[in-house]
Write a new protein. Structure first.
Length: 192
């Protein structure tokens, strides 16, 4: 083989390696961007159902308040928790505020048990059904969000993607987790 052929072969190998490297980086980056967008979309769905709950709460509180004026502490806690949701500035603050709101709503439902007339009020029953359906939607959307975050984090932390992730400043995302103490929910029976 002549020197020219060897140089052409080496040049061809270098060019192919360069093209392969560029394609690999492009594919890795696009994969991470796609997964990042999936987590953002899933979070937007969580926020949508959380907003629905946020919007239902004033009506629920007003209905309960008409029957249970002496339960001002619990109603105040619900109002304060709802306000903290409205003040949340980022995903982490939203998760914490929503956990406080969930706890306050649980305490409100315990108060409801003390008022049989309230439990038979049609407006309250309708609001209770809407809130229950919303809570189910929240659970589904939280699960979907966590699944999207798990896929993103798993991909981000796997080799060789981890090299590209750090190169382009992609970071691990937090899951939406239950608040501390959530494992002991208040017992509420609306069928009494």
């Amino acid at each position: 083989m002549s020197g020219k052929k060897i140089i052409l072969i080496i040049l061809a190998v270098v060019i192919l390696a360069g093209v392969w490297g560029i394609v690999s980086v492009k594919n890795a980056y696009n994969t991470l961007v796609g997964l990042d967008e999936t987590t953002k979309t899933a979070w937007a769905q969580v926020e949508t159902v959380l907003q629905r709950r946020f919007d239902l709460i004033p009506n629920l509180v007003a209905t309960v308040q008409g029957f249970a004026d002496q339960e001002k502490d619990v109603l105040t806690q619900v109002a304060e928790a709802r306000a903290s949701v409205g003040r949340a500035q980022n995903q982490s603050e939203t998760m914490q505020a929503q956990s406080r709101l969930t706890g306050a709503l649980g305490r409100l439902m315990v108060v409801v048990e003390r008022y049989p007339d309230l439990k038979s009020n049609q407006n309250f029953i309708r609001l209770q059904d809407e809130l229950s359906g919303t809570e189910n939607r929240i659970s589904v959307e939280r699960r979907r969000f966590n699944e999207a975050v798990d896929t993103y984090n798993r991909t981000l932390r796997s080799f060789p993607m981890v090299m590209f992730a750090s190169m382009f400043n992609f970071e691990v995302k937090n899951r939406f987790e239950a608040a501390e103490g959530a494992e002991t929910a208040p017992k509420v029976d609306f069928n009494k």
